[in-house]
Design a binder for this molecule. Sequence first.
Ligand SMILES: NC(=O)c1ccc[n+]([C@@H]2O[C@H](COP(=O)([O-])OP(=O)(O)OC[C@H]3O[C@@H](n4cnc5c(N)ncnc54)[C@H](O)[C@@H]3O)[C@@H](O)[C@H]2O)c1
Length: 299
Amino acid sequence: MSFKKILVTGAAGLLGQHAVRQLQEQYDVSGFDLKAGTAAIDWHLGDLADADSLKEAVAGQDAIVQIAAIPNIWSGTGAQTMQVNVVGLYNLLNAAEEAGVKRVVICSSDSVVGFTVAEGAMVPPQYLPIDLDHPLNATDPYALSKVLGEEMGRSFAARGKLEVLVMRPVFVAYPEMHDEIRARALAPENYKGPSVGGPSSAGGGPCWHHIDPRDLARAFQLGLEMEYRGFDRFFLSANVTLSPEPTLERLANWLGYVPEIRDPAVYDDTPHAPLYDLRHARDVLGFEAAYDARKTAIF
Ligand SMILES: NC(=O)c1ccc[n+]([C@@H]2O[C@H](COP(=O)([O-])OP(=O)(O)OC[C@H]3O[C@@H](n4cnc5c(N)ncnc54)[C@H](O)[C@@H]3O)[C@@H](O)[C@H]2O)c1
């Protein structure tokens, strides 16, 4: 299926800007956000809470890349996070369905699995690599909002009008964060750097996962271009973590044990491979990360 008109929500934000830049060359892109960004595109200013502004923004669009959100546990209260990420997403999906939009690519998060950045609230993985059958153990409002958002996407897709593809990126390592990532890698035990969105800005959960925003923007485009799927989900990560220790050693240090390894070859071949199974994204979406901040930012 080929789309022409794409609405990017959250287009003025950190990730939204990358998505706009990636999509601009091939699509007629417009942006929806609380405020206009710097990109030279049409801007629809509005709030996900406001059905009228959404109605105007989605009219005539072929597809939507849904990025607007409270993006972490530090950027809003639990109630605000639910209001924007759950009710706001419902408003958007509802408006999209009514307007005859064909596809929505939703930016979720790997936090649905349970590796919250809220200290003391992490649920260890049951097995590795974590695939789409692994239980979801959201323990903070942000992660919970993403679980509920994914479920809403599945529900809308089941109604048969909208296709919904859910992206689950890990921590997005924006190039402007690389100095900080490097500082943490050099002094992991006593790193107390400034925060980008929160107190442990280098992010990425216990294994320091990362993905470059340019890779993620490309994954959104692949989500617009892949063959029809009513509903699907994809873990998205660089092929290696930013952790000093290899993944299984890191887990052993963190948990005191290593969970069941269902496919040892993954960690034999790539000792710093992420906790997530990237094969579905590779096989179905055709996504392979091109950027590796381990090489470019740290070593
Ligand atoms: N940054 C990460 O490491 C990371 C990791 C996984 C997933 N994500 C997801 O990526 C997306 C973007 O994150 P980001 O880092 O660009 O954050 P950001 O805060 O820079 O961008 C979010 C954008 O959404 C807009 N927005 C917020 N509430 C809105 C509302 N009610 N109505 C309309 N627009 C609204 C904001 O104005 C902002 O421009 C989010 O969905 C986030 O959950 C981020």
